[in-house]
Design a protein around this ligand. Structure first.
Ligand code: CS2
Length: 481
């Protein structure tokens, strides 16, 4: 790999360290790093970022030869605009040197530790939100001072700060989980209690875990993206990211000692006292329909979300979901018109410059379904509303995790429960048998799935088997509730 010094280089000296970010994927490099950099440009402050990868050295190896500078390319319907980002100072691959990461996290100048570790990174039970004490990484982290999980790093580093008489850092979850602040707080305090109850007490009184809602569509970078950028700019950026123009970051303004970047002049950031209505809106309206389109679109042979919504059958299905099955379950955040929000989402999905793969969104469904689809279904059932479209989406997930597509080809299912889900699906030859087996997964569906849900998903699954995803959507009765 060659660095390209004159073209791809830091325009200013790297800012001093203020934030450690765990889970340095394409999303945070397209989102938080950019907005934090803008905050420093407008208002100053030492909020330089150390990025951390827990699972692979790949991004560290791509960024290091470039001095941790990278290009973020905004792709809109009218073209692509690249921009060089310099707020990242350093990248640590944690398993290589856990001690170095713990040391950095314990430094008092680190005032915020932000996280994008995906749903499964919280080691919680998706159907309840509680820390999964039986999770192998949590078990490991209780017994070993050098952690494996993000939660383990937070707890050990917070303990080091407490022992040294320092203030805790704010833990800022930026994952798509409703009440992500509370889930993070439960996980951190749950593990702290198992390690040292005194630490847990300190965190209950001094720790801060603000909730956030994050939103920007960022597909995984491909080799073709990097080639295309090289043609446009004349340099090869091995860590480039490609994102849509839209961005929204709603943050609960509750930081340790009020220490945070000044976001006053940063477009798309809202500091609020209550994130929950924004998060529920986003997780159900955006992520819920994303998952529905991912499973159904994939089964129907569509590769990207844009392709799926260009298909009139899926576009109609999507509109039905919003109008009749999702919006009726929500209370809009102040000043937001949910139908207008849905129109904006449709424009974003239809942005063909963003090749967001259905297979990418389909990943980790067992961790995503409860907050994206199942809560909405439960609310509809409680209110006596029909929600056949959402049931069809869950049935499509069940088809997907069964591992064979409509043409009889294998599906590469990526999910922490993939093997278990496949076994359950294979445990019966009948549609109903498969559905019932999958509904027994407590982590996803809770203890006792509602009878109407069982029936609805069962019927939807049979329809999917008989007529395939496209015709199942086409034949879905108009929802008039
Ligand atoms: C997507 C999200 O991959 C997925 O599951 O639904 O990454 C989605 O693109 C973002 O949440 C948009 O903000």
């Amino acid at each position: 790999m060659t660095a390209n010094p004159p073209l791809l280089s830091r325009q200013h000296a790297a800012p001093d360290l203020g934030i450690v970010h765990i889970g340095l994927g394409a999303f945070f490099r397209s989102f938080g790093v950019i907005m934090i950099e803008e905050a420093m440009t407008h208002a100053g402050g030492d909020w330089g970022i150390t990025g951390v990868s827990l699972r692979s050295p790949d991004i560290r190896d791509r960024l290091a030869p470039q001095g941790n500078v990278y290009t973020a390319v905004e792709r809109g319907p009218d073209g692509a605009s690249p921009r060089i980002i310099g707020a990242l100072r350093d990248v640590i691959f944690a398993p290589e040197n856990p001690g170095a990461l713990l040391k950095q996290l314990a430094e008092p100048r680190v005032r915020i530790v932000s996280l994008t570790v995906t749903e499964k990174g919280y080691c919680h039970v998706p159907s309840t939100g509680a820390l999964n004490m039986g999770h192998p990484d949590i078990q490991h982290d209780i017994d070993h001072p050098q952690p494996r999980s993000a939660i383990g790093y937070l707890v050990r580093a917070l303990d080091a700060r407490r022992r040294a008489g320092h203030r805790p850092f704010t833990v800022l979850s930026c994952d798509n989980l409703p009440d992500n602040g509370r889930i993070t707080e439960n996980a951190v305090i749950g593990l702290a209690e198992a390690i040292n109850p005194e630490l847990a007490r300190w965190l209950i009184s001094e720790g801060r875990f603000p909730a956030t809602m994050v939103d920007r569509i960022v597909p995984a970078t491909t080799a073709a993206d990097i080639d295309q950028l090289a043609v446009q700019t004349g340099y090869r950026d091995h860590a480039a990211v490609f994102h849509e123009p839209f961005r929204q970051w709603v943050i609960e303004d509750r930081f340790v000692d009020n220490a945070r970047p000044d976001f006053t002049h940063v477009a798309g950031v809202q500091l609020v006292t209550e994130v929950a209505p924004f998060e529920l809106m986003k997780v159900r309206m955006l992520n819920g329909t994303h998952s529905a389109l991912a499973y159904l679109g994939y089964l129907a042979g569509h590769t990207t979300i844009a392709e799926t919504v260009y298909d009139p059958v899926f576009r109609h299905y999507l509109q039905q979901l919003w109008d009749h099955e999702i919006i009726p379950t929500l209370s809009p955040p102040e000043g937001v018109d949910l139908h207008h929000y849905a129109n904006t989402l449709l424009d974003r999905y239809a942005n063909a410059a963003i090749r967001h793969k259905t297979a990418q969104i389909a990943m980790d469904g067992s961790q995503k379904l409860p907050q994206r689809l199942l809560g909405t279904i439960a609310d509809n059932i409680r209110a006596g509303r029909v929600c056949d479209g959402l049931m069809l989406a869950v049935a499509a997930w069940m088809r997907y995790v069964g591992g064979i597509d409509e043409a009889g080809q294998p599906i590469d299912v990526s999910d922490p429960l993939a093997a278990h889900l496949r076994n359950l699906s294979d445990s019966s030859d009948t549609a109903r048998g498969k559905v019932n087996a999958l509904l027994s997964v407590e982590q996803v569906f809770g203890g006792d799935p509602d009878e109407r849900m069982t029936k609805g998903i069962g019927q939807a699954y049979e329809t999917l088997v008989q007529m395939g995803a496209w015709r199942s959507c086409k034949n879905l009765p108009e929802n008039t509730t």
